[in-house]
Design a protein around this ligand. Structure first.
Ligand code: SF4
Ligand code: SF4
Ligand code: SF4
Length: 220
């Protein structure tokens, strides 16, 4: 019997959290944090997003008014995180320890980005970090644990959208940890609600003030 895989959809008042099915059903996931969608949903539910948006647009909320949060557990980004108002993409940057490498080549075969160069004579692996997308596949296949993912987390991008003027979300530097994300994403959305003028969507505010400004502690 085949099991159908579903994305997770949590619809709140004025916001919507979507997660790919990777949390517990996809072998490609770079990070595991199955509780994250619900924790984000709970944190955003305290912001009164729907009331604030209705006060601004003066009508019932339409689809494009709803703030979309999309979580993908690996760079394949099946939840389409790049075009969400708030996009999260799981990342597992690789680190290499040459002392245990047997030059078996499994990591290089597993890498779809051609980012691993293997010198069999010297049992040396070189990782091209410009090509690497931090998918974590190489660490999964290294039986000797010479490639590990020491710092896993989420890339955070703000302001993605489709519509008449589509754009990818602007990515903030560094990786965010799952336990920090509910508070952090709530802060970004709170700042957006305070900074938005007229009918500006989150992407419009990011274009005007930059994504980093939405992450700052206070915009009064
Ligand atoms: S984004 Fe990655 S982890 Fe999520 S369903 Fe797609 S391939 Fe699997
Ligand atoms: S999979 Fe591990 S042991 Fe094999 S070549 Fe890569 S780093 Fe070395
Ligand atoms: S993390 Fe992914 S993209 Fe980066 S080197 Fe490993 S397999 Fe290649």
């Amino acid at each position: 019997m085949k099991t159908k895989r579903h994305t997770l959809e949590l619809a709140g008042d004025g916001f919507h959290v979507t997660a790919c099915f990777g949390a517990d059903a996809c072998e490609h996931r770079a990070i595991e944090s199955p509780a994250l969608p619900q924790r984000l949903f709970d944190a955003l539910g305290e912001l009164g997003i729907g009331d604030t948006l209705r006060g601004r647009v003066g009508t019932q909320l339409k689809a494009h008014h709803i703030i979309k949060i999309a979580i993908s557990y690996c760079p394949n980004a099946c939840a389409r995180s790049q075009i969400a108002d708030v996009g999260l993409i799981g990342a597992a940057p690789p680190a290499f320890d040459p002392t245990c490498c047997t030059a078996c080549g499994a990591c290089s075969q597993a890498c779809r980005e051609d980012a691993i160069r293997l010198d069999s004579a010297e049992a040396l692996v070189g990782i091209d970090y410009d090509k690497c997308v931090n998918c974590g596949a190489c660490a999964k296949v290294c039986a000797n644990h010479c490639i590990t993912n020491r710092v896993m987390g989420y890339r955070l991008m703000l302001g993605g959208k489709l519509g008449r003027h589509p754009r990818f979300g602007e990515e903030l530097t560094g990786l965010r940890q799952p336990h920090d994300l509910p508070r952090l994403v709530a802060r970004c959305i709170k700042n957006y609600l305070q900074l938005a003028q007229g009918h500006e969507r989150l992407g419009d505010v990011v274009s005007r003030v930059g994504a980093a400004a939405l992450e700052q502690p206070d915009h009064k």
